[in-house]
Structures are given as structure tokens and as C-alpha cells.
Write a protein that binds this ligand. Sequence first.
Ligand SMILES: [Zn+2]
Length: 86
Amino acid sequence: MIETNAVLVGQLNKRSCIDLNSPNQMWLSIEKEYRKMIVNNVWCANCVDEITIVQYVIQEHSTGIVLRGKCKNCGQDAARVVEFEQ
Ligand SMILES: [Zn+2]
């Protein structure tokens, strides 16, 4: 059974117990400036442009993690995969 590890980034600090292998920990292991760059460079199929993702959650992905949220411009669902070297 796969546990849903999605946690809103804004709520991270409220977690008392953090799993080191969780998608959130993987996300936080990325340099802050790079995370910012990723969040601001998500492809939106509706806008046909790179947009800023908002209200996103971090989830497990086969090659790393995936940010799932909404386009800041149009509100359409948007996602961005962040690959991690195995
Ligand atoms: Zn959009």
C-alpha cells in the first residue's frame, strides 16, 4: 500500500515527524534558488507557455518527485516532474 505523502509546502513546518525519504524531503534537499526556478518554470498546456505553479503539492514519481498544482495565470491543473539521479 502506497501512502499519500502529499503535503502542502506551506504546512511543512507543522509536521512533527518528517520521513527522510518522503517526497517533501527530496524537494527540500534541492537548493532554494533552484526550487524557485522550478516553481516559476512549469509548462501550462492551456497557456501554451511556462508559468508559475501555485497551490501545489509534492508527490512521489517514478523518476523522482512531481509538483502538482494549478497555473497561476489560468487556474488549469499543471504539473512538473523533478527527476532525481538514482
Ligand atoms: Zn495556464
